[in-house]
Design a protein around this ligand. Structure first.
Ligand code: IDP
Ligand code: MG
Length: 139
């Protein structure tokens, strides 16, 4: 076990397609407890900061535009081994490579519009959770 919490976003494409319920059902059925959750929309400055690690990548402008075009569901999820297990549940970044039955395999549109975010480390899970939630909003 490495951590008990991770951070996720159901990205704008998931909200637009009406997939909030079905994705949350899959997450909770997989043993994750929702420790914080809200519908919110990132500003351009928010998305540029959140994805700052990718700022030199050729897809950065498209990523910021996509992630700010409509509301997202931000959530903190709790489970033994949360970071690793959630990355397994969502599947590879490119849905074409995502394993059968993973969230991205089932609900993503493309490598860019890939339905969900999942933190890649304990450290980033804590940073990303604090980016979206105050201590009083996490339970
Ligand atoms: P991850 O979300 O699986 O951790 P990252 O490499 O951290 O993948 O990339 C962050 C996000 O940037 C991806 O989820 C996806 O929305 C977008 N992205 C990543 N690689 C590409 C690409 O090659 N083309 C377009 N968008 C990409
Ligand atoms: Mg990542």
């Amino acid at each position: 076990m490495t951590t008990k919490r991770t951070f996720t976003m159901l990205k704008p494409d998931s909200v637009e397609k009406g997939n909030i319920g079905i994705i949350l059902e899959k997450i909770t059925a997989s043993g994750f407890r929702i420790a914080a959750m809200k519908l919110t929309q990132m500003t351009k400055a928010d998305a540029e900061e959140f994805y700052a690690i990718h700022k030199e990548r050729p897809f950065f402008a498209d990523l910021v535009s996509y992630m700010t075009r409509g509301p997202i569901v931000a959530a903190v999820l709790e489970k033994e081994n949360a970071v690793e297990d959630f990355r397994t549940l969502i599947g590879a970044t490119n849905p074409v490579e995502a394993a059968e039955g993973t969230i991205r395999n089932m609900y993503a549109t493309s490598i860019s519009e890939n339905a969900v975010h999942g933190s890649d480390s304990d450290e980033n899970a804590a940073i990303e959770s604090a980016f979206h939630f105050s201590g009083r909003e996490m339970f």
